[in-house]
Design a protein around this ligand. Structure first.
Ligand code: THU
Length: 135
C-alpha cells in the first residue's frame, strides 16, 4: 500500500475523533504486514488522564484482532481537524509502538503539504523493550 493511501485512511479516521476538551482531532492508519489497515482516532475523557491517542486506538484494535506484525502508521491531526504542521506521536504511543515494532517501523507524519517519514529508531532511540532487555 502506498504512503498516500495510508495518509488518506488516517484523514478519514480523524473524522471519528472524540475530542470535546482539546478540540484537537487526530487520526491514524496502521498498516499490518498482511496488508490489513486499522484506523484509530483520539478518544478523550472528562477526567483527561484516560484519554487515548489515535495511534494507540489503532494499535489496540489490531492487537485485539491478533495482529503482531506492523509495517507503518500514518498520523494526522489539528485543531478542529485543520491540518497545518505535522506532529510526532506522544511518548506513550512511541513506547506502545516499541512493544510490537522493530527499528524500521515507519511513521508518516501528515502536514499541509504531504507527509514526513521517520523510523521508530529515529523517534525513540535508546528505548526499553522486551526483545532487547528481558530475554
Ligand atoms: N493526541 C493523539 O491522539 N496522538 C498524539 O500523538 C498526540 C496527541 C491527542 C490526545 C488528545 O486527545 C489531543 O491529541 C491533544 O493532546
Amino acid at each position: 500500500m502506498s504512503p498516500e493511501k495510508l495518509v488518506e485512511l488516517a484523514l478519514e479516521a480523524m473524522t471519528h475523533s472524540y475530542s470535546p476538551y482539546s478540540g484537537f482531532k487526530v487520526g491514524a492508519a496502521l498498516l499490518c504486514a498482511d496488508g490489513t489497515v486499522y484506523q484509530g482516532c483520539n478518544i478523550e475523557n472528562a477526567a483527561y488522564g484516560p484519554t487515548n491517542c489515535a495511534e494507540r486506538t489503532a494499535f489496540f484494535k489490531a492487537v485485539y484482532d491478533g495482529q503482531r506484525d506492523f509495517v507503518a502508521i500514518a498520523v494526522c491531526g489539528g485543531k478542529d481537524g485543520v491540518i497545518t504542521g505535522g506532529f510526532p506521536p506522544c511518548g506513550v504511543c512511541r513506547q506502545v509502538m516499541r512493544e510490537f515494532c522493530g527499528d524500521d517501523f515507519v511513521i508518516y507524519m501528515v502536514d499541509a503539504e504531504g507527509y514526513e517519514a521517520h523510523t521508530l529508531a529515529e523517534i525513540l532511540p535508546f528505548s526499553f523493550s522486551a526483545q532487547k532487555h528481558m530475554n
